[in-house]
Design a protein around this ligand. Structure first.
Ligand code: NIG
Ligand code: FE
Length: 404
């Protein structure tokens, strides 16, 4: 099947090898899709004659971007935590609430108790809305089961949703989110369970592409994380680290040392960690919605970019620190509070985000050969889109060339 998108006011091709500040913008552009892939993109007047007679879709002067990639979510969870939102507004901190038995552990209880059908319904509802915003790929973590059965249930649910839903899912094992209550007196036993039973089971069944660890006071210490990530790497999983979110705990350095594909949060990462990540090619995943909802500091994105790190932008969708999956809002926040330009922000949610899930050769760009994952945005250009914030400016989307 061949389809020619015409009358594109501005096209963002987001080439994977461009510096992040250059989103490959082309005014008055056209794009040709053949069999689910981009066959050609460029200035409309240069469109090769061979596609002049193809079926067309008139973009009416709008902005056309790669389908967005949300490279960090905790998509599957039971219950919500609106009561903690009020507690935080009254002055309790995220850590105080967690230490008192709320937070992640609260959601673990709800997730363990939830039926598969209920968890699936909730995740599907979120995916439907994410897709409507122009998001065509979503990384999704386990980590609200923290026992063999429920961690595998979360990952199997992702496998089934990936098969059934238009949005492409990238599953990550986050069994090392916190230590579950039943192991609080003997945390080493839980880490043994992670390394000896859970990770091998996940790898053997091919249920996850990545392993993530939350390195933080109240979660995992550096040495513990090093062991877990080492086992995951041996089993062939890619690595990710929740690092330096609430304090500088050396997580960024560890991510670089272990060759992690990405490190996430990083609001408190030190200069040595940033430099090490730049050298290792580890993507910095910024999560501005978590900073918004926790009223915490934002990622110092300019320092990362100046040091040579790529900076992705994701939602961190979860019931605690980021109860929103609005990736375009995260982009506008990254501009306003992380001083990223609109082009840097867009690259951060397309090709750089694709790199954070090891898909930068297939997703997140609209050069020939890439999957035709496309969002048509009702704005004349990128600056206008990210400045004139609307509930949803996305009017049309394609996944592998199929309108959806
Ligand atoms: O990325 N930092 C750890 N995990 C999540 C929060 C999960 C929760 O609060 O339920 C995060 O912010
Ligand atoms: Fe997270």
């Amino acid at each position: 099947m061949t389809l020619r998108l015409t009358n594109i006011g501005q096209l963002a091709t987001c080439p994977p090898d461009n510096p992040q500040q250059d989103a490959g913008l082309i005014a008055d552009a056209a794009l040709v899709i053949v069999d689910g892939r981009v066959a050609w993109s460029g200035p409309a007047r240069q469109c090769p004659a061979e596609w002049k007679d193809a079926e067309t879709e008139d973009c009416e002067g709008r902005l056309v971007i790669p389908g967005l990639v949300d490279c960090h979510t905790h998509l599957c969870f039971g219950g919500w935590r609106g009561d903690e939102f009020e507690m935080r507004l009254q002055g309790k901190s995220y850590q105080e609430i967690a230490a008192a038995g709320g937070g992640i552990r609260h959601t673990v209880g709800h997730t363990r108790e939830s039926e598969d059908a209920e968890l699936a319904r909730k995740a599907r509802t979120a995916l439907d809305e994410m897709l409507s915003l122009g998001v065509t790929t979503v990384e999704c973590k386990s980590g609200y089961g923290l026992d063999v059965e429920t961690e595998l249930r979360q990952l199997m649910l992702y496998r089934d949703l990936d098969a059934a839903h238009t949005v492409e899912l990238v599953p990550t094992f986050l069994g090392a989110h916190v230590i579950p209550d039943e192991y609080s007196a003997n945390r080493k036993d839980y880490i043994d369970l992670l390394c000896d039973t859970m990770l091998p089971a996940v790898a053997e069944r091919g249920l996850a592409e990545f392993c993530d660890v939350f390195v933080e006071q109240g979660a995992y210490a550096l040495e513990e994380a090093r062991r877990i990530l080492g086992v995951a790497r041996e089993l062939g999983l890619g690595l990710k680290v929740h690092a330096d979110q609430l304090s500088d705990g050396g997580g960024a350095l560890l991510a670089a040392e272990m060759g992690a594909v990405s490190a996430e949060h990083l609001e408190y990462a030190g200069n040595d960690g940033v430099r090490a990540m730049a050298r290792a090619g580890t993507v910095a995943v910024s999560l501005p919605l978590a900073s918004l909802f926790l009223r915490e500091r934002y990622l110092p994105a300019r320092d990362f970019l100046a040091t040579g790190c790529r900076v992705a932008i994701a939602t961190d969708f979860n019931p605690g620190s980021s109860p929103s999956f609005h990736l375009p809002l995260a982009l506008t926040l990254a501009c306003l509070n992380q001083s990223m330009t609109p082009q840097e922000a867009l690259m951060g949610a397309t090709t750089v985000a694709a790199r954070a899930v090891s898909r930068q050769d297939r997703l997140g760009s609209l050069l020939p050969g890439f999957d035709a994952d496309i969002a048509v945005i009702d704005a004349p250009d990128l600056n206008h889109w990210l400045y004139h914030f609307r509930p949803n400016a996305c009017v049309t989307r394609f996944k592998r060339g199929q309108a959806c």
